[in-house]
Write a protein of this length. Structure first.
Length: 98
């Protein structure tokens, strides 16, 4: 499987993100490709790192104050309720590359 396909599997939210943003994350992650691994594991590491970068950009951009839930009258919003955290994705990447 390609790094792009694995990214869609590991981080489904990437399918809803702008394509240029996903491609940039994959490009940056590809620069961190660990040469000591097999080709399949290298693609997996690239996908995990790209997922980490994309999740990190969402966490830092949308919710910079660390707000988890807000309520205004009858309207209530919850942020990151089912989203996988960037730190979790980074831990997967580290487990593969170390």
């Amino acid at each position: 499987m390609s790094a792009y396909s694995l990214l869609n599997l590991f981080y489904p939210l990437s399918q809803q993100m702008p394509e240029d943003m996903v491609n940039k994350a994959l490009s940056v992650a590809d620069n961190k490709r660990p040469d000591c691994l097999s080709d399949d594991k290298q693609d997996e590491a690239v996908a995990w790192y790209a997922a980490y970068l994309l999740a990190q950009s969402i966490e830092s951009g949308v919710n910079a104050a660390g707000l988890r839930r807000e309520r205004e009258g009858d309207l209530e919003r919850e942020y990151f309720s089912g989203a996988i955290k960037a730190a979790t994705l980074n831990a997967f990447w580290r487990s593969i590359t170390s």
